[in-house]
Design a protein around this ligand. Structure first.
Ligand SMILES: N[C@@H](CCC(=O)N[C@@H](CS)C(=O)NCC(=O)O)C(=O)O
Length: 259
């Protein structure tokens, strides 16, 4: 994604939030408007993993964050053993494998065939769907207002169809009746594309597919974890309208005169 500034402020650490530090099983470095970090927030919530959450201003990365993660991207998890892990999908799998038992619901089916189905869904969600969604709203990470045209419409519809092809009629989630990594990987982008397409392209994402996809969207929106972690739409829209770029959600705190 777009890199904004290389300035490294010394301290004090900017905008650090900590939650449930005492009982924390890991540290989670995040930004409230980042869709990749949003995946990990959903995984932490569905798996009920107590964690210390640290907000990072990625438009003006503090030195303490770069010391933790020289790569400079969120999301990051630091384990109790001080191991630093990144890449949103890997983090979701790591959380699922690391926190097991009755207090931590699984995010992957135990049945082998179902597991493979969930993996196929993750692949469809992370690859074609995101590319087609970005192309629909403008190409790259920018927005273009108006009708994106038949070709882009057909490409996005085909990607939604690929996801639906993997869903069974009785599924409430993408892969069965419980949330899986597939749901948490796809949802943050669905939520953002839905808002952007409505705002800029006069299109409803839920109508780009069939019944299974729109039912899944309705179901997700009702979940307490999803509602609690939903980005602030007004804030997103303000940032998007100011910059006409989707990736400026990262840089909400950037200089307003020189975004
Ligand atoms: N492939 C990474 C992408 C993470 C990413 O692009 N994070 C953005 C925020 S949404 C970031 O940290 N940007 C800061 C920068 O580009 O310097 C993942 O899935 O975790």
């Amino acid at each position: 994604m777009k890199k904004k500034k290389s300035k490294t402020p010394n301290a004090p650490p900017f905008a650090v939030e900590e939650e449930s530090s005492d009982a924390a099983l890991c540290e989670f470095y995040t930004h409230s408007l980042c869709p990749y970090a949003h995946r990990v927030s959903l995984a932490l919530a569905f798996k009920r993993v107590p964690h210390a959450r640290k907000h990072v201003d990625v438009s003006n990365k503090p030195r303490w964050f770069l010391q933790v993660n020289p790569r400079g991207l969120v999301p990051v998890i630091r384990t109790r053993e001080r191991e630093v892990l990144n890449e949103s999908i890997d983090l979701c799998y790591w959380l699922d494998a690391s926190f097991v038992g009755e207090n931590h619901p699984p995010l992957m089916p135990s049945d082998n065939d179902e597991r493979n189905r969930a993996l196929r869904l993750v692949k469809a969600a992370d690859g074609g769907f995101i590319a087609a969604g970005l192309s629909f709203i403008g190409g790259g990470w920018g927005f273009t207002e108006g009708d994106p045209g038949d070709a882009r419409r057909a490409t996005l519809a085909a990607e939604v169809a690929k996801i639906e092809d993997q869903m069974d009629d009785w599924d409430t989630f993408l892969c069965g009746v419980d949330p899986s990594v597939a749901d948490v990987v796809l949802w943050p982008f669905v939520e953002r594309f839905e808002l952007a397409m409505r705002e800029f392209n006069d299109t409803e994402l839920a109508e780009m597919g069939g019944k299974k996809f729109s039912r899944w969207m309705r179901h997700m929106k009702k979940l307490p974890e999803v509602r609690r972690l939903a980005p602030d739409e007004a804030k997103l829209l303000k940032s998007w309208r100011r910059t006409m770029r989707l990736d400026y959600f990262d840089y909400e705190t950037a200089d307003m005169d020189d975004p």
